[in-house]
Write a new protein. Structure first.
Length: 113
C-alpha cells in the first residue's frame, strides 16, 4: 500500500551522477563533511551585573518594602529578577535579611534585627 514514491527525473540524475563520480574518480570518497557537534547538557554561562551599591544602601532601599520578595526587590533596585535573587541570597548569607516564608522559589524575606 505504502512504499517509496518515484523520484523525479532531476533527483534520479543527481543520484546517478553521484554514484558515477564516487565509483570512477573517488574524489568525494576521501572527503569528510565537517559537522558541528553539540555537547548535550552544557549550559551557557551568563554573567549578571550587580548594582553598584554597598550592603547598607541595598538594605535602605529594601526596608521600605512591606514584604521583601524577589520581584519587589527587582522593582525597587531597577534590575531584573535574576539579579534581585542574587542580591537577596547574598544578603541572606551575610545575615542582613532572614527568610520568613514562601515556597517553591517565591520566598519572603524580612530585615534581620
Amino acid at each position: 500500500m505504502g512504499g517509496t514514491k518515484k523520484k523525479t527525473l532531476a533527483s534520479m540524475e543527481k543520484s546517478q551522477d553521484d554514484n558515477a563520480t564516487n565509483a570512477a574518480g573517488g574524489e568525494e570518497k576521501g572527503k569528510k563533511k565537517t559537522e558541528k557537534t553539540k555537547v548535550v547538557g552544557e549550559r551557557k554561562r551568563v554573567d549578571v551585573l550587580l548594582p553598584r551599591l554597598n550592603d547598607q544602601e541595598l538594605m535602605k532601599s529594601l526596608t521600605s518594602l512591606k514584604a521583601i520578595t524577589i520581584y519587589g526587590a527587582a522593582r525597587s533596585l531597577s534590575v531584573n529578577a535574576a539579579v534581585a535573587k542574587l542580591v537577596l541570597s547574598s544578603l541572606e548569607a551575610k545575615g542582613m535579611v532572614k527568610r520568613v516564608g514562601g515556597f517553591s522559589g517565591h520566598y519572603i524575606w524580612t530585615p534581620a534585627s
